[in-house]
Write a protein that binds this ligand. Structure first.
Ligand code: PLP
Length: 338
């Protein structure tokens, strides 16, 4: 038995999801004729109370399309220094949009309205033109931390006052919604665009949705084509998304319980310097000097437990749909013996 905590992207479709995929109605989506994609896009937009949505192959693509839609070359994007859009999208903000980035030091990936306010460039010919604020909820490198929704509303107000667009990288927004008892509609009201992943905690093999106003999505559809993301009979994978939205959201609470159970044991280990606050399905912990992250990952692997060294002294474990109660018990047993 391999227990794979490297990411919540390692899940395989369940029999129910496979059945939904096998029986999906499909058509050519570049002609707008794939009924399953149309259904998924409508479903996503309705859940968030947003006008329209666009199905894309990845969360990187939905984020990068959104950034390109919201900016002009030479503009500046405000985000936390640990943001996925900056750290893990291949420098796409620069290469796809020709925009620069203003990096803020947030609290476990979360930035504040006050920080945003003082980071907006003055209207001066020397300066870049600030046009977009991008938030991430939950924050991946922040250890799955969740925003306080009141702070998001304050950031939205600052954006409105300064005519900035506001985008959410909600790759794991589902985890935040379940952990905080919030609704998708709240988020739909707070952002100009939202990217959500179906391939992370929800267990789909592929896919992300970009949500926004009708005109925004029209522009996004054109950019998706330019990026090479126009797909044909992709209803087979959209059907997995529909299934996931109907079946796999509420169960995330179980993942959160499992995550806390494992983190509580890790926190007691002598070789652990600190564990980032655990709010959802991610555990990031830092090691003391006598043990490196790659060494611990190798040691765990001997016990068939896979983790990820996100830096020389930090290890990340992500809990997901394919992690069973038995696997959690085994993991706790292994940590107890380390
Ligand atoms: C995974 C992830 C994405 C998108 O990743 P893809 O692998 O391109 O789907 C975006 N943002 C965050 C925070 C993520 O964790």
């Amino acid at each position: 038995m391999i227990i794979d905590y490297r990411s919540d992207t390692v899940t395989k479709p369940t029999p129910g999801m496979m059945e939904a995929m096998m029986t999906a109605k499909v058509g050519d989506d570049v002609f707008g004729e794939d009924p399953s994609i149309n259904e998924l896009e409508n479903m996503g937009a309705n859940m968030f109370g947003m006008e329209a949505s666009l199905f894309c192959p990845s969360g990187t693509m939905t984020n990068q399309i959104a950034i390109k839609c919201h900016t002009q070359p030479g503009d500046e994007v405000i985000c936390d220094e640990s943001s996925h859009v900056y750290q893990y999208e291949g420098g796409g903000i620069a290469s796809n949009s020709g925009a620069s980035v203003k990096l803020l030091q947030g609290n476990f990936g979360r930035i504040t309205a006050d920080q945003v306010k003082v980071s907006i460039q003055p209207d001066d010919a020397h300066r870049a033109h600030t046009s977009l604020v991008s938030l991430e909820n939950t924050s991946n490198r922040g250890g799955g931390s969740c925003y306080d929704f009141e702070e998001i509303k304050k950031i939205q107000a600052v954006c409105n006052e300064n005519k900035l667009a506001i985008h959410l990288d909600g790759a794991r927004l589902w985890n935040a919604l379940v952990a905080k008892g919030e609704t998708p509609k709240q988020y739909g009201e707070a952002f100009d665009s939202i990217s959500i992943c179906l391939s992370k905690s929800l267990g789909c093999p592929v896919g992300s949705l970009l949500l926004g106003k009708k005109n925004f999505i029209k522009k996004a559809r054109r950019i998706r084509k330019v990026f090479g993301g126009g797909m044909r009979q992709a209803g087979f994978i959209a059907a997995a998304g529909i299934y996931a939205l109907q079946n796999n959201i509420e169960r995330l609470a179980e993942d959160h319980v499992h995550t806390k159970q494992i983190a509580d044991v890790i926190a007691t280990k002598e070789f652990v310097k600190m564990v980032l606050p655990v709010e959802t399905n991610i555990i990031i912990f830092e090691l003391k000097e006598n043990l490196t992250a790659p060494d611990l990952v190798a040691k765990l692997k001997e016990h068939s437990i896979l983790g990820y060294a996100i830096s020389p002294n930090r290890v990340r474990l992500v809990v997901h749909l394919d992690i069973t109660k038995e696997m959690v018990a085994k993991t706790i047993e292994v940590f107890n013996q380390l």
